[in-house]
Design a protein. Structure first.
Length: 583
């Protein structure tokens, strides 16, 4: 009997050592780095490509590298809030309850708008750069230019964030249940209410995934809400029992494994249930510590699995149940918030106005090919080439005038879907017309766009006013095409008015133009390149693009250029250096 007990004890210890490989006591350990943030943290940390950013109660926005070096600190106008969301390295920040601020990667506030209600949650960014904000009884949408696209009234909304379904439509969870069952309203990204959805119980937690919206119910059920191809209504792709009598208090979706973790409180223990997101198959379940839902602070997916923290302890674990480490946290009276980065740093925002970071894991990073993410909500419309050849266009002059008026006024709502589709269709036709430029050159026939300069200029204007990231890609393709010089001035000018430059493609195209295509005598066009370069660099606020912009302007100061252009480029360069200093 004693021998059996020893064997059982050794087996238990070997299992325990597998599932609790390393314990860390942060109350006794010095941080790997720390930095001063000029106040108590108001917002959570936001991870960026350069490190992290956060907002303090001193109205100070701080950006730090992953090693804790402060890159910049900028003042933010208005009373700060916790509601801050990233779009790439850009930030959407809520201040004064209802003001939405758009801040570029260098900390410059590009625009501030006032929502028609008090914003009550973190902004949600859409695939084309639009941003959604919600209040207690409504929500609204803004473009990358700060123009409000629409606003919509709703019944009183609950505590859950906006759900984003796999087809891009949105779920807003209502506060008041119906017959003991939670409800949600489904909207298009153009503000049109599509349907109301009733769940079979009260919703306890919600999480967005690439597959749809994951939901946990208080009766213990878990499920995935999706819109199947061609379907007009949303439905449950799967519903499963979780094995728990209550609902999960948190759900995490992992883009790495495409699985999800549902966290339940069982007595004083926390149980993780690992689920295959696509099918609802339960892959594993195990305990990950004693984090009560009332003490819960943060959970997120990591490259190795998942991280979860309460106010007393934290841990990272893999989907097979292996605990990579557990960590005891300093007393909560000393800190206000915590964050866990993709580089395995646990960051504590302390009440002494410092940010302390602890490297907790050095597990290898599994490599996963990045899926190609959609950046558009609309498709191009098909027009037969023979129809186009006889002058029948997707956009008439009257339609262009209508779209122009509505884009300028804002609040165009569901009409935007048609507008964007028509603009995108004709932009693609414009680009494609230069893929067959040799055909026109051989026949002596010009393209429709070359022959109709006013129409083409109006199209470019509409492209620059959509407030979407897709416009920058269309403009960069135009700049890289074999477009003739008579139209190039308009393309360059409206590229600068668009300003948002996806991956620096427009700026790279401008550089190629002055190196290879634009002659040193084309003064007006070269000035337009200077202006567009300045506007793009100012808007984007990225050091790498600023260096590229300075190189473009410096090149135009070489002796082969007219003194007028040299002086114009010099003054533009001085303006660029000026906004860098003011940031």
């Amino acid at each position: 009997m004693k021998l059996f007990f020893k064997i059982a004890l050794l087996f238990y210890l070997s299992i325990f050592s597998l599932h609790a490989q390393r314990a860390v006591d942060l109350t006794k350990r010095e941080p790997d780095w720390y930095t001063v943030i000029g106040g108590n943290a108001v917002s959570p940390c936001i991870e960026t490509s350069y490190g992290v950013a956060l907002l303090s109660d001193g109205r100070l926005l701080s950006a730090c590298t992953g090693a804790g070096n402060v890159i910049w600190q900028r003042s933010i106008k208005g009373r700060p809030s916790q509601f801050i969301t990233s779009f790439g390295d850009f930030l959407f920040i809520v201040t004064d309850n209802s003001k939405l601020n758009f801040v570029n990667p260098s900390g410059m506030t590009l625009w501030t708008v006032t929502a028609p209600f008090q914003i009550s949650d973190f902004p949600l960014t859409g695939r084309d750069g639009r941003v959604f904000v919600r209040g207690k009884k409504g929500f609204a949408c803004y473009g990358l230019d700060g123009k409000r696209k629409w606003k919509a009234d709703t019944p009183e909304l609950g505590e859950f964030k906006i759900g984003e379904l796999n087809d891009g439509t949105l779920l807003l969870f209502l506060k008041n249940p119906k017959n003991g069952m939670s409800q949600a309203a489904r909207f298009t990204v153009f503000g049109e209410r599509l349907e109301d959805i009733t769940f079979s119980s009260i919703v306890s937690s919600v999480e967005n995934s690439s597959k749809g919206v994951l939901v946990s119910l208080k009766n213990g059920s878990i499920g995935l809400v999706t819109v199947e191809d061609g379907a007009e209504t949303a439905d449950s792709k799967w519903v499963s029992g979780s094995g728990n009598s209550g609902g999960a208090f948190k759900i995490c979706y992992s883009p790495v494994s495409e699985n999800s973790a549902f966290f339940f409180q069982n007595g004083n223990k926390t149980e993780a249930v690992i689920v295959k997101t696509e099918t609802g198959e339960i892959l594993n379940r195990f305990q990950v510590g004693a984090i009560a839902s009332k003490d819960f602070k943060l959970a997120r997916s990591t490259s190795s699995g998942y991280f979860i923290s309460g106010i007393y302890s934290a841990c990272e674990f893999m989907e097979d149940g292996t605990i990579l480490y557990t960590a005891n946290l300093p007393p909560q009276k000393n800190w206000t918030s915590l964050f866990y980065t993709s580089k395995n740093y646990l960051i504590l925002c302390m009440k002494d106005w410092t940010m302390k970071a602890y490297l907790l894991s050095q597990t290898p990073k599994p490599q996963k090919e990045q899926e190609h993410k959609k950046i558009s909500y609309v498709k191009t419309q098909h027009f037969d080439s023979t129809v186009l050849e006889i002058g029948i266009r997707p956009l008439t002059n009257e339609k262009m005038s209508e779209i122009s008026r509505k884009l300028e006024a804002g609040d165009y709502g569901k009409d935007e879907e048609e507008f964007l589709s028509l603009i995108k269709t004709e932009a693609e036709n414009y680009i494609n017309s230069y893929s067959t430029a040799t055909v026109f050159q051989g026949s002596g026939k010009k393209s429709f766009f070359a022959e109709n300069a006013v129409y083409t200029q109006n199209l470019l204007y509409l492209m620059s006013k959509t407030g979407t990231r897709e416009s920058s890609i269309l403009f960069s393709r135009l700049l890289s095409s074999s477009i003739d010089s008579s139209q190039l001035l308009s393309v360059v000018t409206f590229s600068g008015k668009t300003a948002y430059d996806e991956n620096g493609q427009m700026l790279a195209s401008l550089e190629k133009l002055i190196m290879n295509k634009i002659s040193t005598q084309e003064t007006t066009l070269l000035k337009a390149v200077c202006d567009a370069t300045y506007e793009i660099c100012r808007y984007m606020g990225r050091p790498a693009l600023n260096r590229k912009g300075k190189a473009i302007l410096t090149y135009m100061m070489l002796p082969q250029y007219d003194k007028t252009i040299q002086e114009y480029a010099r003054k533009t360069l001085e303006k660029m250096i000026g906004f860098e200093k003011k940031r």
